[in-house]
Design a protein around this ligand. Structure first.
Ligand code: NAD
Length: 376
């Protein structure tokens, strides 16, 4: 059983799907592990560290993929990679398939078994495999660090002999995994933190971290959570009332961090140009949803845009900005899942296609799209 780990082909991707620790554990299960030269470099993992763990270094992607039974990646394979990966190979990555249906089709046509980690059910057994949580948590942390770096004032209140500096006001929109970590990080830096979300359960979580909860708490709000714990799309009437409340709040903030997502849908627009114009000059907005269309008007993917007197950062791949830590957790998530697909006696892949985690995550198999969200 050969497990192959290429250098990520997307230039924005600094993470890697394997660490020396997980390489060692796969080898312990009887796997041969091949890593492309330089695959871990941007996550500060030198080739020698993989070799020391027992892996082999391959000179290029083609050699890496040759004969592989399993490919571990961060992002879904591109057309060149699909040509190099043999039919039937299990390719495990964060495929981000919504909105990329053509790529799902291409993976089916290439005959690979595409497994997407971002569809992992959020059940207890799969918590250790939850890449969305492990990466969103780091994105929330990094968003505050990025905001602090762009901000030209201090975050905490400081009482010095030269005078008193007031604490920065940070408003987090969307209190899921990323938002809660942003709240916690901003609190640690001494900011005055508030947050909003459409899910009622978020109120208590925000308050337990010392943040103030800002939301229109009407009847619709009380019902605004799916059985899976995700946000529902809200009515136009709710959005209008919430926007008015948020508008008056944003005018008083120094830093706004937006993280609001609805699975399978474009990100809701929460911050308008008028709201940005109401902020103090030098204020900072970080749009963590920019890759899904953005929560902020005027946010540009991959850029720090200046809108009036406010800087709006649309950094791409925020977990990749803290790549060494992100890779460490991502690789552990992947190991925890892939390990369950291996027969320890036979030292070979033995996928139970009826397992609920497998059913939820397999997109393509034997030349067809098999996931119900995309098939047909
Ligand atoms: P997400 O990334 O899908 O969305 C981020 C946040 O944006 C969510 O809290 C969502 O409610 C919020 N949002 C959506 N529309 C909004 C709007 N118009 N205004 C304000 N906020 C809006 O969410 P996530 O981080 O993946 O977390 C979703 C839920 O899943 C949370 O309840 C979280 O605690 C839960 N969760 C459970 C597990 C588990 O049980 N294993 C693991 C991770 C997360």
């Amino acid at each position: 059983m050969k497990i192959a780990v290429p250098l990520e082909s997307d230039p924005v991707e600094a993470r890697v799907a394997l660490t020396p620790e997980t390489a060692k554990r796969f080898i312990g299960l009887g796997a041969e592990v091949v890593v492309q030269k330089g695959a871990g470099a941007l996550s500060r993992i030198p080739d020698e560290a993989y070799e020391k763990a027992g892996a082999t270094i391959a000179k290029d992607a083609k050699v890496t993929f040759t004969g592989a039974d399993v490919v571990l990646k961060v992002r879904r394979p591109n057309a060149d990679e699909l040509k190099a990966i043999k039919k039937g190979t299990l390719v495990v990555a964060t495929m981000d398939p919504f909105g990329h249906e053509d790529d799902v089709k291409a993976m089916a046509e290439a005959g690979i078994t595409a497994v997407t980690m971002d569809f992992m059910p959020r059940i207890t057994r799969a918590q250790v495999m939850d890449v969305l949580s492990s990466q969103a948590n780091l994105a929330g942390y990094q968003a505050v660090i990025d905001a602090a770096g762009l901000f030209d004032r201090a975050m905490p209140m400081m009482m010095t002999a030269a005078g008193t500096v007031s604490a920065a006001k940070v408003f987090v929109m969307g209190a899921g995994v990323a938002g809660l970590q942003a709240i916690a990080t901003a609190k640690r830096l001494g900011a005055i933190v508030s947050a909003t979300d459409v899910r009622p359960a978020a109120k208590e979580q925000v308050e337990s971290l010392g943040g103030r909860f800002i939301a229109v708490e009407d009847e619709e709000f009380k019902e605004a959570e799916t059985a899976g714990g995700y946000a529902k799309e809200m009515s136009d009437d709710y959005k209008k009332k919430q926007a008015e409340l948020v508008a008056s709040h944003i005018a008083k903030q120094d830093i706004v961090i937006t993280t609001a997502l609805i699975p399978g849908r474009p990100a809701p627009k929460l911050v308008t140009k008028e709201m940005l114009a109401s902020m103090q000059p030098g204020s900072i907005v970080i749009d963590l949803a920019v890759e899904r269309g953005g929560n902020v008007e005027g946010a540009v993917a991959g850029e720090v845009a200046t809108v009036g007197d406010v800087k709006v950062a649309g950094y791409l791949n925020v977990p990749g900005r803290i790549a060494a830590t992100a890779s460490l957790l991502y690789a552990k998530n992947l190991y925890a899942f892939v390990e369950t697909l291996i027969d320890k006696e036979a030292k070979a892949l033995a996928v139970d296609w009826e397992d609920e985690l497998v059913k939820a995550t397999v997109l393509t198999r034997d030349g067809s799209i098999v996931h119900p969200a995309f098939a047909g």
